[in-house]
Design a protein around this ligand. Sequence first.
Ligand code: B12
Ligand code: NAG
Ligand code: NAG
Ligand code: NAG
Length: 414
Amino acid sequence: MTWLTIYLLNLLWAMAGTQSSCSVPSEEQPWVDGIQVLMENSVTKSAFANPSILIAMNLAGTYNPETQKLLTYELMDSDSADLTIGQLALTIMALTSSCRDPGNKVSVLQNQMKNWAPSRRGESEVRAFYGPSLAILALCQKNSETTLPIAVSFAKILMANSSPFNVDTGAVATLALTCMYNRIPVGSNENYRALFAQALKSIVENISSRIQANGIIGDIYSTGLAMQALSVTPEQPTNKWDCEKTMATILDEIKEGKFQNPMSIAQILPSLKGKTYLDVPQVTCGPDHDVQPTLIDYPTTVPTASNDITVTYTINNQLRGVDLLFNVTIEVSVKRGSVLLVILEEAQRKNSMFKFETTMTSWGLMVTSINNIAENANHKTWWEFLSNKTPLNEGVSYYIPFDHEHITANFTQY
Ligand code: B12
Ligand SMILES: *[C@@H]1O[C@H](CO)[C@@H](O)[C@H](O)[C@H]1NC(C)=O
Ligand SMILES: *[C@@H]1O[C@H](CO)[C@@H](O)[C@H](O)[C@H]1NC(C)=O
Ligand SMILES: *[C@@H]1O[C@H](CO)[C@@H](O)[C@H](O)[C@H]1NC(C)=O
């Protein structure tokens, strides 16, 4: 064999890897097309320009080139100064996936990351690493050489962190460090490769410890990112991951209507198409699909005899340092099938103590203030929503309460 063949074989092996991958059975494909169309149709001129949606569209191959263009232009016009580190990173990847030059956004992000350090070393909550992980990923794809020192310090800080593990964050960190590991510049210190491998090993073990019997990794909304992570990492977990089982359960959840939020679709779609964020630099921007997908009609929930439900709603603030403590409960009746937001509005109408404020985000409306007590990133405080004692896994504009449910909004700290 010539060196060239050996080289090519190695390259092939590296590309195929030992990685688990699995695909959606063709008879289930209409469900995947269905949520893709739902996601693409959520893009309008007035809506929040969401880079994650553009990334997912481009990785999957869009059905709607007009929407793709609109979103690309909106993101090109966005001002770096208005964006957080994570949003800037997603915007760079989104423009790259549309074969556009992100321009000075890359250097702005690079400068921000040079000064990045979590509030206090080793004490920062793991979720605070989500945005910086996206930043390392985006910068690695642009220039792994200049990103090396940033990524090295990031990996060290992450490994020294002792707060509870978070699957979403671990998944994005895995994508970022895998990118660095794969693109380590020639001639750089071999210890760096070992450092990235060690960090990846630790995170991947933590992710795999969150694989449930039904294949869900973390919760259903972290599974998409976790699938991406487990399918690219050079460090395989000791417990083997059954990709097919995960895929089957996710398809069941899609059929149950659990993926209606466009952002949840944007995070699951790449995995359903066998793609990951590491594929962003390789997207080819040729002609798109010209065949429209065959879609499935979701069974619309038939209203049942009793049309109203009653929900108990408690707002609770017991945090020290805030002079105004309260724990009040109200009962509200709303139409069956209403989202939680309607309960909050009804409670506010009945009693002004329940007044609240929201902010629009990529996941929909986030409740930022209740009874004049506002979340505060500096104090690490926020409003957590629970059903009895269990945290909700959706926000107020998507979660549908059931009859006699007890919802609590608890002011808490991370
Ligand atoms: C960090 C984080 C938080 C932080 C955000 C503040 C901070 N410290 O940065 C805190 C702890 C406050 C938080 C709260 C909640 N979160 Co949260 N969060 C995340 C996480 C891990 C990363 C988000 C991020 O940094 N994105 C990167 C930046 C670039 O994107 P961004 O759009 O600008 O990010 C903002 C929004 O994501 C927003 N946000 C965060 N969580 C949520 C949840 C909802 C419903 C909304 C509307 C907005 C929102 O805060 C981010 C920072 O401003 C994601 C994981 C994921 N897969 O996305 C989960 C995630 C988005 N959160 C989730 C949930 C369920 C919640 C809560 C509803 C939990 C609860 N039981 O109360 C609450 C929101 C309640 C409310 N008041 O309305 C789910 C959403 C699933 C869904 N289908 O809607 C996710 C996907 C986690 C998961 N796998 O289940 N979260
Ligand atoms: C993984 O989990 C272990 C045990 O909970 C923890 O000590 C370690 O810091 C975690 N690693 C990462 C990178 O989160
Ligand atoms: C708040 O009120 C609820 C019901 O009214 C009660 O069960 C709970 O113990 C109270 N919590 C605190 C911290 O006072
Ligand atoms: C509500 O928040 C307080 C303050 O963080 C916390 O001590 C308490 O355990 C929380 N209650 C629930 C039910 O999570």
